[in-house]
Write a protein that binds this ligand. Sequence first.
Ligand SMILES: *[C@@H]1O[C@H](CO)[C@@H](O)[C@H](O)[C@H]1NC(C)=O
Ligand SMILES: *[C@@H]1O[C@H](CO)[C@@H](O)[C@H](O)[C@H]1NC(C)=O
Length: 314
Amino acid sequence: MLVVALLHVLCVQAWADPASHWPWPAFKPLEGGSVFEYVALQDAQMHNGTFRSLLAAIKDPQAQAKYREIDAQWQAGQLAVPCVWSRRMGLVKLADGVLVYSPVELLPDVRSALQRLGGVTTIVLPNREHAIHWESWNRAWPNAHVILPQGIHLPSWANPLEVGPGAIPEAVKKILQDFSIEVIGQTGFPEVVLQHQSSGTLLTSDFVYFGSKDKKDMSGRPQVGACTDLYYDAFVRPGPSDVLLPTYRLGLSEVDKRNISQSLQRILAWGPRQILSAHAGRVSSGGKDEAAAILKGSWSWCETQVAEPTLLML
Ligand SMILES: *[C@@H]1O[C@H](CO)[C@@H](O)[C@H](O)[C@H]1NC(C)=O
Ligand SMILES: *[C@@H]1O[C@H](CO)[C@@H](O)[C@H](O)[C@H]1NC(C)=O
């Protein structure tokens, strides 16, 4: 734990940017200035569960033995970082305060830094998995708008504003006037994807898993601490080599594939310049071309059996 805490402090130091007006150095500014990323490791307590669930997906006994050794090293205190997810939160400085996308645990330092900026005015919970920390944020900023997809049931005192595929209420459009909005209509797992217009930053959580169009680029891969390779062997290597997603994102109905490919086309038409994903190893850095290649590498496979909408109208 101490080692993890130290590592966290070192990361925070490395991100210090004296030129930035942002008051807390753990928020790293992206191209364009007003969007920041904040990357946080899960608590070390999550190691056992994460390790076991990843190991269960490995069939090869030799590979299993190799990864059991990593677990043994962690349990013996010989590793600096456990097997836990590294997650990225997006922060956007707006005229009246800050929008947070995919909030992680609200630490006291993060809270006071955001308070100094006028506080959080909008909390976007992009999907079910990335909504779990909503309550501490909502209690810290009870007047903030909480925007989330249909199907996540928050208590009414949280005043949630629901959005659905093709169903964005006018009130939400007004709150998110600096953004383009798309709700990905996957059955049971809708996701709110935003693009901050002036910086061209796409904000996503499970729609994108890679920060690079090149799967071999290790820095772009999903980061699971000491189990980053284990995760890759368990859920990425067994999948199609030209698809930038873990295998558990690939089992979709024809209806879902059609909805996702239509969302993909709309998002590509926005022409994002960089992609900030909660799961990717880093924010994409290759401009519009790489952002488009990452999006297509993630979802173009959904397009293969899509009927042309015009055919349906004949
Ligand atoms: C994790 O599992 C190890 C055995 O592999 C056990 O000794 C340890 O107490 C567990 N830790 C937690 C936090 O559950
Ligand atoms: C698919 O898209 C249509 C049209 O936008 C929408 O009405 C429907 O709810 C979507 N399906 C799912 C599962 O979200």
